[in-house]
Design a protein around this ligand. Structure first.
Ligand SMILES: NC(=O)c1ccc[n+]([C@@H]2O[C@H](COP(=O)([O-])OP(=O)(O)OC[C@H]3O[C@@H](n4cnc5c(N)ncnc54)[C@H](O)[C@@H]3O)[C@@H](O)[C@H]2O)c1
Length: 399
């Protein structure tokens, strides 16, 4: 492993463990271009537990730090996999980039559009990579359905879609991972920017950039959040929203969600084209992660398994390796592999900061629209012309 990329895990909470599973799957498949040499977490417990897992996977004990600053000062890594609460993505990311360390950052790359731009500025004029950690579009189901829609036009031309998921399943806001997710200043928003970041990425990956949105939202659960980092205050993020998305092509989409809806559940995830419809199999905010079943106007049913088989049959061995290295079809392992390959070969990652920003600008546009109570153009939000919702977050963190 002499030439392996030395990687630092920055943040050792929930998703970092899933990333570790990804690196483990790669190592078990014989991949030897990465070794985790550092782990950082302000929680000593999480850092040491993660260091022990890293030792099991790589057979080497990583250096343990509290923060990215300490890791960069020690020169302990060439690249960092950043899995922190959203408010710290840009601070840790900029520290890494200024110290010459490549970064892959969990979604959203920055807590606001401006924070994302600050990160991009830190990499400007260098050969440093900012990769967006976005796994859903890399899953086999998502890759197969994107092919079915765009290459094969299996349901004709896209017309409209609706994803509405309502349940009563409030988060346990007393646990750290849901507490920071309950405040705008730490999370940037609620599920629109969290699980919804995947939805925003996927619908634009498949259908292209959204032109305009109109959104309404509510904060129903206002539990008091008590965290060491910030003043004690009630939860202020959306736990209900409904939005209309419009593309220049005429495609329209309806996207609604709540985990605070009393009574019956609702779960509808349907995509309609000129010749048929796709019923998405997933029930979260991860379009096509588990594929989708096609029904044509003449009644023909095409189960997802058949679509996947057809898709895989069109790929050469080289294409298969690029899309599913070592036959791995899990999106997180693939994103980890793509980041390391990009660093090792000096190439662009599959999702760079610009593309990640476009995806998340749709999320920010929903917040800006609800805040202004009027439709907004996603490009205006992405370009920083509309930011009233995000301004207090930028001011708080001096972004
Ligand atoms: N891709 C996905 O499907 C997915 C799923 C879950 C989370 N995420 C993303 O991963 C990121 C982390 O989420 P999570 O669920 O792992 O959160 P978490 O709360 O489980 O873990 C965050 C970790 O960061 C540590 N931490 C907090 N501030 C720190 C700092 N300044 N320096 C060092 N360590 C610090 C905490 O102690 C904790 O261990 C978020 O961006 C989230 O949106 C992505």
């Amino acid at each position: 492993m002499a030439d392996a990329v030395r990687l630092g895990m920055v943040g050792c909470g929930g998703i970092a463990q899933a990333h570790l599973n990804g690196y483990e799957a790669l190592v078990n498949a014989g991949y030897d271009r990465v070794v985790i040499t550092a782990v950082c977490d302000v929680s000593e417990e999480n850092a040491t537990a993660t260091a022990a897992r890293v030792e099991e996977i790589f057979g080497e004990v990583p250096q343990v730090f509290s923060t990215a600053d300490e890791m960069v000062d020690a020169g302990a890594a060439d690249a960092a996999d950043i899995c922190l609460p959203h408010a710290y993505h840009h601070t840790a990311g900029i520290t890494c980039l200024e110290g010459g360390v490549h970064v892959m950052i969990e979604k959203p790359v920055g807590i606001t559009v401006k924070a994302t731009r600050r990160l991009m500025e830190a990499a400007e004029g260098t050969d440093l990579i900012i990769a967006g950690a976005e796994q859903i579009r890399r899953c086999i189901g998502a890759r197969a359905i994107e092919w079915a829609i765009n290459d094969q036009k299996m349901y004709g031309d896209p017309l409209f879609f609706t994803q509405e998921v309502f349940s009563h399943s409030p988060f346990d806001r007393s646990s750290y991972k849901f507490a920071w997710r309950s405040l705008k200043i730490l999370g940037g928003g609620g599920q629109i920017l969290d699980g919804g970041a995947h939805f925003a990425d996927m619908v634009q990956h498949v259908f292209g950039p959204v032109d305009e949105v109109f959104c309404s939202m509510k904060t129903l659960d206002q539990t008091i959040i008590d965290l060491p980092d910030v003043e004690k205050q009630p939860a202020d993020i959306e736990d209900y929203w409904t939005a209309t998305l419009r593309w220049e092509s005429g495609l329209t989409g309806h996207w609604s969600w709540s985990n605070y809806a009393a009574g019956d559940k609702l779960s509808t995830r349907m995509y309609y084209g000129t010749e048929g419809s796709f019923a998405d199999r997933q029930e979260w905010q991860h379009p096509f992660q588990f594929g989708a079943d096609l029904t044509l106007q003449d009644g023909t049913k095409v189960p997802y398994e058949q679509i996947e088989e057809q898709f895989m049959g069109t790929l050469s061995d080289e294409e298969k390796h690029q899309l599913f290295p070592y036959g791995i079809t899990d999106g997180i392992a693939i994103e980890c592999w793509d980041f390391i390959e990009a660093v090792a070969d000096g190439r662009k990652p599959e999702i760079d900061a610009e593309e990640a920003l476009q995806a998340k600008s749709l999320c920010f546009a929903l917040y800006e629209s609800a805040h202004a109570n009027e439709p907004v153009k996603v490009a205006d939000v992405r370009d920083g012309n509309i930011s009233a919702y995000q301004d207090p977050i930028n001011e708080y963190w001096d972004i």
